[in-house]
Design a protein around this ligand. Sequence first.
Ligand code: SAM
Length: 237
Amino acid sequence: MNPINQKYESMKFDSRRKSYYKGLKAMQNLGYVFDDYIHHFPSFAGHMTIARFLGLYELYKMSLGVAGHIAEAGIHKGFGTIGLAKIVKIFEPESLTLVHGFDWFLGMDSTNEEPNILKGSYKEDYKRLMKLINAQQLGNIIHIHKLDLKTELGTFFKTNSYLQFKLVIIDAGQYDIVASCLRNFWERITPGGILVFDSFNHEISPGETRAIKELLPNSKIRTLPWLWTPTAFVVKE
Ligand SMILES: C[S@@+](CC[C@H](N)C(=O)[O-])C[C@H]1O[C@@H](n2cnc3c(N)ncnc32)[C@H](O)[C@@H]1O
């Protein structure tokens, strides 16, 4: 990545990067195997990665008891979608709660407003993700919808008009995508439910903040004070 004028949020923890990557390199030469990384994951994952997952868990807990499914717009390798399906498995084993994941599997587009988001970054292979989901027998909880969030959500909801959500995560921070998600998901969030923004008020994606201010001008935008990302959420009143 060749960052252009990044000086605020992106740089707050910049001093950690060098030693973190040095540590990761050192860890690769210690003789651990795939099973170790899975079964002892907190020994290896960094605290900021673990915090992201705990953040999703906290937001999920806040939505428990509100009727509706969970959605993630922008899936990449499934951190949120697969992670939340496992949380549902633990905390709602007898409910009908589903996790709907939306992505076009083409990675990010480049825009003038977000010069630091590179075209094609965060691209994941659809078939590989499906194999990952099926290998863990999560296909009854997770439903992946391969579509363009900018233009195809309206059609999706025409054929699935009853769908309601208790927790919606928007993680594809560009104006057109966030605006389209707000136009389509907001009315389908059950009051009491939660809408989560990965990068509100972050220099990497000014279009995300612009869309939220434009389309949800009167909402109280909150944050989990110990969390770096997702940066914000709104409880629908
Ligand atoms: C930052 S990644 C998501 C990361 C993921 N939520 C996580 O927690 O790891 C953004 C995703 O948005 C997807 N995306 C970008 N533009 C899109 C569009 N117009 N329609 C659908 N998906 C899009 C990309 O393919 C990418 O997988």
